[in-house]
Design a protein around this ligand. Structure first.
Ligand code: AMP
Ligand code: MG
Length: 407
């Protein structure tokens, strides 16, 4: 039996980043850049006014009056110097004209139509945004490996970028296995259940920024499983659920081996989701996850999602872990670490967590109520108020923020 971390480490060693593709700048959102982006010019490109006001030379100010002899809106640049003791009316963003070094805001003057009187003292260089104060020409503004958020998209645009290279989205083929499965839309029949794993996994792929490809259901025969797996090798990554244990009808491991894959099969020391097989087949990573709906999703979270993110160039591939205070006693009677579905909220600047109740690995509803996974060590007994480790699954948590603190 291997630990979660050992299995993660071994799997990630096999994952290499995919190629890059060129996209228009805002299509780069949530993608990763393979290259440094260097500022081609200073931003802002010139000293400019931070306020609607009047520009003048501070050293030449005598008294507190100035004659206004010009007007400078944003979008125009004046090359003729402003004479000493004169001011020009200047709008926010307009370049500070030669001969001026200070701006007094409109709110801080009295204006009689010809002259202004400063109603309070103004420091030299006040209300001026300096050339290059945001970005200097030659700076590496966005380094290779950066995740492009809306602010990076804005900065790239300010640097004149219209299209850029990003790691491409991974195509992830998803295969369900089992004679008991019917696709959603079919009427449940005796002995049958609906294939939900294909769809929860496809949604997890989409959520991670990947591109799911549904391969449907393989019946429990070696040949059918092989055929479907072969089809899945057109994608970048193949994810299979079910048929990976040691039952009489579990053909997944055998099928991958028959096709030439070198299967690493683990009993991962975790609950839910003990059986996990990983193989490289024709240089494509293949994951065989358990069939139980909760185990499938939790295994995806722990093993497939980080791999997918690494393939798409991400540097940060793991969800954040936090310490949270238990809102109820919780124990793990078993010998494996138990990933208990939990409801996390913040209150008084602390994370608080309660469990979602019954933790049977077939109960998808336990994941619906939850937004985190509480890690309970083997044979751990925790009292109310104990601190436990929680993996935050909701995106709202990724930046450490959370809603209503209702726990
Ligand atoms: P298996 O790992 O194939 O033995 O499946 C374990 C359990 O998960 C069984 O109860 C299956 O019916 C169930 N299961 C397997 N695949 C799916 C699926 N695609 N959707 C929902 N439940 C499934
Ligand atoms: Mg099965």
């Amino acid at each position: 039996m291997v630990s979660i971390e050992e299995a993660q480490r071994t799997i990630l060693e096999h994952i290499t980043p995919l190629e890059t593709e060129k996209v228009s700048v805002f299509q780069g959102l949530n993608r990763v850049t393979p290259e440094d982006h260097i500022a081609p010019w200073d931003i802002p490109p010139a000293d400019n006014s931070a306020m609607d006001g009047y520009a003048f030379s501070h050293a030449d100010l005598t008294g507190n009056s100035l004659r206004v002899t010009g007007f400078l809106p944003a979008g125009e640049a004046r090359t003729v110097p402003v004479p000493p003791s004169e001011a020009v009316k200047i709008m926010t963003g307009a370049p500070v004209p030669p001969g001026c070094d200070t701006v007094v805001p409109i709110e801080d003057v009295e204006d009689d139509g010809e002259c202004i009187r400063l109603t309070s003292t103004v420091k030299a260089r006040a209300h001026i945004r300096e050339r290059g104060e945001d970005i200097r020409q030659g700076d590496v503004v966005i380094p290779a490996g950066a995740l492009l958020r809306p602010q990076e998209i804005g900065m790239l645009s300010a640097m004149g970028t219209t299209s850029l290279a990003v790691f491409r989205r991974a195509r992830v083929a998803i295969l369900a296995t089992g004679d008991e499965l019917l696709e959603p839309g079919a009427t449940p029949a005796p002995g049958k259940i609906i294939n939900s794993n294909s769809y929860s996994l496809a949604a997890q792929v989409l959520d991670a920024g990947g591109d799911p490809v549904l391969l449907g259901i393989a019946p429990d025969t070696l040949d059918a499983t092989c055929d479907k797996i072969r089809a899945g090798l057109n994608a970048d990554i193949l994810v299979i659920t079910g048929g990976v244990s040691v039952g009489d009808r579990d053909f997944v491991k055998m099928a991958i081996e028959k096709l030439g894959g070198n299967v690493t099969f683990w009993k991962v020391n975790m609950k839910p989701g003990k059986p996990l097989a990983f193989a490289m087949l024709e240089e494509k990573p293949v994951f065989a996850l358990p069939g139980n709906p909760v185990a499938a999703m939790v295994s995806f979270e722990l093993f497939v999602r980080p791999s997918l993110l690494k393939a798409m160039g991400h540097r940060r591939v793991f969800r954040p872990k936090v310490k949270a205070l238990l809102q109820e006693p919780a124990s793990n009677k078993g010998k494996r670490p138990h990933l208990v579905r939990g409801i996390v909220a913040t209150r008084d600047d602390r994370y608080h967590v309660s469990t979602t109740g019954n933790q049977s690995s077939g109960r998808l509803s336990s994941l619906i109520q939850g937004n985190g996974l509480i890690r309970l060590s083997p044979e751990a007994r925790h009292a109310l108020g104990d601190e436990v480790e929680v993996l935050l699954l909701d995106r709202a948590f990724e930046l450490g923020c959370i809603g209503d603190g209702a726990a």
